[in-house]
Design a protein. Structure first.
Length: 207
C-alpha cells in the first residue's frame, strides 16, 4: 500500500525569504487570521476560489516531489504559499479509476471508496517502524457544497515521534458531475487552527 510522506515537506526550512514571510504574516494577522483576496482558479475542467497568494507548483519543480507522493491520480494540480509552508492539491478521478478501490474497501459508493483508500494509506504508515511519525485521523463528515455537490471531509495530523512539532491537513472528497475530486490542504498544526475555514471556502466554492 502506498504510504504518504508529503507532510514531511512542511518541516523543511522555509523556502521564502524572511521578509516575504514577515509581510504575509502581517497581512494575515491584519485580516483576522484569514487568507486575503480569494480569486477564481481554473484547472482540469473545474473552477474554485482561493487566496491569490497560492501559486501553482509545476510538477517538475524540485519541491513538488513530496506533494506528488501523496497524490494518486495522474490528473492533478499543486499550489503553494511557500513562505508560509501551506499547500493545496487538487486531484481528478474518473469512475473507472475507482472500481478497484470500491472492491477492496467494500464501500457502498465510489466516493466513500475513494475516501477510505486515502484513510488506509495514511493509517498504513502507523504500522511501520521505519517512520518517525504517526497519523491521527478524525472521523469523516458529510458536506454539500454551494453548488450542490455531495462530499466527505476528514482531518489528519502527523505527529513526529521524536519532536514536539507536528503538521496537519484536511482532506475533502467531492462527486462533481461525472468525476470525483480530492482537495487537500497541508500546513503546520498551528497554522491549521486558522486555515480550516479558508479551506472550507475553497471546498464550498468548487464547481
Amino acid at each position: 500500500m502506498r504510504r504518504f510522506i508529503c507532510f514531511g515537506l512542511l518541516t523543511l526550512t522555509l523556502w521564502g525569504c524572511a521578509s516575504d514571510l514577515d509581510v504575509k504574516l502581517k497581512e494575515f494577522r491584519k485580516n483576522n487570521h484569514n487568507l486575503p483576496e480569494f480569486v477564481a482558479y481554473r484547472n482540469m475542467g473545474a473552477k474554485w476560489k482561493m487566496s491569490k497568494w497560492f501559486e501553482e507548483i509545476d510538477s517538475m519543480d524540485y519541491q513538488s516531489y513530496q506533494l506528488q507522493s501523496s497524490m494518486l491520480s495522474n490528473q492533478k494540480a499543486m499550489y503553494g504559499i511557500e513562505p508560509m509552508n501551506t499547500y493545496v492539491t487538487v486531484e481528478r478521478f474518473q469512475k473507472n479509476q475507482l472500481s478497484n478501490y470500491q472492491y477492496f474497501n467494500q464501500a457502498p459508493t465510489l466516493l466513500k471508496a475513494l475516501m477510505q483508500h486515502y484513510r488506509l494509506s495514511l493509517e498504513g504508515s502507523n504500522n511501520s517502524d521505519v517512520y518517525n511519525y504517526h497519523f491521527s485521523i478524525s472521523e469523516s463528515t458529510s458536506i454539500k457544497t454551494t453548488h450542490g455537490y455531495e462530499g466527505l471531509i476528514f482531518q489528519a495530523e502527523m505527529v513526529n515521534n521524536k519532536q514536539s512539532a507536528s503538521t496537519a491537513g484536511m482532506y475533502a472528497f467531492l462527486k462533481r458531475k461525472d468525476a470525483y475530486w480530492v482537495i487537500k490542504i497541508h500546513a503546520t498544526k498551528y497554522a491549521m487552527n486558522y486555515l480550516a475555514d479558508d479551506f472550507m471556502k475553497i471546498v464550498y466554492s468548487f464547481d
